[in-house]
Design a protein around this ligand. Structure first.
Ligand code: C2E
Ligand code: MG
Ligand code: MG
Ligand code: MG
Length: 294
């Protein structure tokens, strides 16, 4: 428990918002301005997605990407999600923003498939408000169908804390999404308060282990190892977030972790840059394993 509290506090601390605080400090008028700015941003295509590659740690191949939203604000410049997602969440605009993220991520995934660079698993972060107040199942169905991809190429990332509100209803929603083929991951796993045993009844496909554990991998190897082992025992794939050093890759492989994501392996990047990475990987594969059947 003490450990869980410490990790939760660390995770909350690093997500501290700056611009948001500044804005809030200026009172109600500024909140409205920010909300209006976000609405305008949605209308004027000022939001865009970066993609961070996800790697198979055995083969070194990219198998997927996490879509991460950014906002090119007309006056404030490029804003990371920590600067506006909390406000979008508070005002409910995150439902609309989240819908756009889903649509764009699916469209981009379809582009990669059409260019012969797939199949790729693209992960999208889902906020609590979007899960509970919006019609998430409807949003997902619409995004997948509009893009013309199969649901199995979309992964939704949700957090443990989101599930607390009503576990049974959450499971029902998740099951509906799974029926649609969509994959479901727990994001930042280990920083919430749920135990691994509590995961057993959730229709999940993957655990994303919080980067705090990756960062502490030498001192906290027993926690990392326990999460990996038990996650796999539950039949889930396990991905380590926040890999910043090669030594962590080696430790993770030793612990039987199949997948990884982090600055050391690949930073979040624009879609066109990601396309180049995928094309490079394909080229490398063709060189290494010549296919004479063509
Ligand atoms: P997250 O879902 O846990 O995403 C991972 C965050 O960790 C990203 O920050 C990514 O850039 C960063 N990261 C990746 N590898 C490393 C590493 O090796 N070291 C370190 N120190 N950081 C790493 P980003 O893009 O600023 O996103 C922050 C959070 O904002 C996300 O955390 C997610 O909770 C939220 N977010 C991002 N996009 C969306 C979105 O479209 N919708 C919603 N609702 N939330 C989003
Ligand atoms: Mg995420
Ligand atoms: Mg995460
Ligand atoms: Mg996070």
């Amino acid at each position: 428990r003490a450990d869980a509290a410490m990790y939760a506090a660390k995770a909350a601390g690093r997500d501290r918002v700056h611009f948001f605080d500044r804005f809030m400090g200026q009172g109600a008028k500024s909140r409205l301005v920010l909300l209006e700015d976000m609405r305008a941003g949605l209308r004027e295509n000022a939001f865009f997605l970066d993609y961070q590659p996800q790697f198979d740690l055995q083969t070194g191949n990219i198998f997927g990407a996490e879509a991460l939203v950014r906002w090119q604000h007309p006056e404030l410049g490029l804003l990371p999600p920590s600067e506006f997602i909390p406000h979008a969440e508070e005002t409910g605009l995150v439902v609309e923003l989240g819908q756009w993220v889903l649509e764009e991520a699916c469209r981009q995934n379809k582009r990669w498939q059409s260019e012969g660079l797939g199949p790729l698993l693209v992960g999208v972060n889902v906020s609590a408000r979007q899960f509970w107040d919006g019609d998430l199942v409807g949003q997902v169905r619409a995004a997948v169908q509009a893009a013309g991809i199969s649901g199995e190429y979309l992964e939704l990332e949700i957090t443990e804390s989101l599930l607390i509100r009503n576990r049974d209803v959450a499971i029902a929603t998740m099951s509906e999404l799974r029926d649609f083929g969509v994959k479901l991951a727990i994001d930042d796993f280990g920083t919430g308060y749920s135990s691994l045993a509590a995961l057993k009844h959730l229709p999940l496909t993957r655990l994303k282990i919080d980067r705090i554990f990756t960062g502490d991998i030498s001192s906290e190897c027993s926690i990392m190892q326990a999460i990996i082992t038990l996650g796999k025992e539950l039949g889930l794939s396990v991905i380590a977030e926040g890999i910043e050093e090669e030594a962590q890759v080696h430790a993770l492989r030793r612990f039987g972790c199949d997948e990884g994501q982090g600055f050391h392996l690949g930073r979040p990047m624009r879609a066109d840059q990601f396309t180049k990475c995928l094309a490079g990987q394909r080229l490398q594969r063709t060189v290494n394993v010549p296919d004479y059947s063509i």
